[in-house]
Structures are given as structure tokens and as C-alpha cells.
Ligand binder design. Structure first.
Ligand code: COA
Length: 152
């Protein structure tokens, strides 16, 4: 039986997380020659680590999936306890390990963290294919968010 472990990622996991990110990109775009990518990734992780929590899934110590959660602290209001919310990002499971619940385990970790840390909401931007996956984890589509992108 395949035993999947999901745990909080630390700086030691940066090479594994970068490998997963590269695998995701190459799944979409084919091989990408970018020798600086791993260094850029490590710099990004270090910069973000103050406000971002990451999890890594593995089988026999081989990384197979990841998720991270950026925590935003809202502007204080007089008379109101400070509160925070989270943005779930970069949810990825290697293709060979999909559809067996690894993604669900990763999202459950984020939801448990949100409950434990009293986050007031979790937000994410799903791909159309992943909408049912997030719905099963308790997420609902909302019309309360807007998005801006630069026009060409
Ligand atoms: C989304 C993803 C993390 C789910 O991981 P998983 O381990 O397969 O998750 P689970 O086994 O717990 O759930 C399977 C569900 O994932 C969704 N899913 C399956 N393949 C998917 C894919 N290629 N892309 C997006 N979602 C997918 C489906 O909803 C599937 O259930 P369904 O077919 O019954 O609707 C994984 O499919 C993946 O890495 N996809 C590519 C990256 C991606 O799209 N990330 C999410 C962007 S918001």
C-alpha cells in the first residue's frame, strides 16, 4: 500500500519544492531551459517565508505534491481584534499520483491551519478543472471578489 505523508515544508525542502514547480511547468510547457530557476526559487522562498506556510507530500521520502498558504494581516480597526486571512497557492500533485486523495490531504492541512490560526477566510483562484476538488473541501464560488489585469 502506498503511504503518503504530508508535512510542513521548511527551508530544507526548497530543492524538492523547486523540482515540483519545474515538473508542473514542464507538464504544461515541455522542457524549459532556465539554469537560474532553482536559485530564483530559493530566493523567493526565503523572501516569502515570513508570511507563507508550505506543505509537502511525499511517498517513501520522494516529494509528490505541494501547497502553500500566504497569510495576510488585515489593517487594524479600533475596538476590533486583529485578524488575518489566507490565500492558497501552487497546489500541485505529480501526474502519476493524482486522483488518489493526495491533493485532498494537502488542502485539509491548509484548512486545519486556518482553523487553528483563526483565519477569517481562505481564498484561491481555481482552474476550471479543479473547482469540484475545492468544493469537496468546503470551498464555495463567490461573486464578492474582482480582478484586474493589464490590457495590452
Ligand atoms: C488539483 C490537484 C492538486 C488535485 O490533486 P489530486 O491528488 O489529484 O486530488 P484528489 O485525488 O484529492 O482529487 C481529485 C480531483 O482533483 C481534480 N483534478 C484531477 N485532475 C486535475 C487536473 N489535471 N487539474 C486540476 N484538477 C484536477 C478533480 O476534481 C478530481 O476529482 P474528480 O475528477 O472526481 O472531479 C492535481 O490534479 C494537480 O496537481 N493538478 C495540476 C495543477 C492544478 O491544476 N492545480 C490547481 C490549480 S488551482
Amino acid at each position: 500500500m502506498t503511504v503518503v505523508k504530508v508535512r510542513r515544508a521548511s527551508a530544507e525542502d526548497v530543492p524538492a519544492l523547486a523540482t515540483l514547480r519545474r515538473a508542473w511547468t514542464e507538464e504544461q510547457n515541455g522542457e524549459v531551459v532556465d539554469p537560474n530557476f532553482e536559485a530564483r526559487f530559493a530566493e523567493w522562498f526565503a523572501t516569502e517565508s515570513g508570511r507563507r506556510v508550505a506543505w509537502i507530500a511525499s511517498v517513501d521520502d520522494r516529494p509528490i505534491g505541494m501547497l502553500n498558504l500566504a497569510v495576510f494581516t488585515r489593517m487594524p480597526r479600533p475596538g476590533v481584534e486583529p485578524n488575518r486571512w489566507g490565500y492558497i497557492a501552487n497546489v500541485f500533485v505529480l501526474e502519476a499520483h493524482r486522483d488518489s486523495g493526495v491533493g485532498r490531504l494537502l488542502v485539509e492541512e491548509a484548512v486545519t491551519f486556518a482553523r487553528d490560526e483563526d483565519l477569517v477566510r481562505l481564498v484561491l483562484s481555481p482552474s476550471p478543472r479543479s473547482v469540484p476538488f475545492y468544493e469537496r473541501a468546503g470551498f464555495a464560488t463567490t461573486d464578492r471578489l474582482m480582478m484586474w489585469t493589464p490590457k495590452a
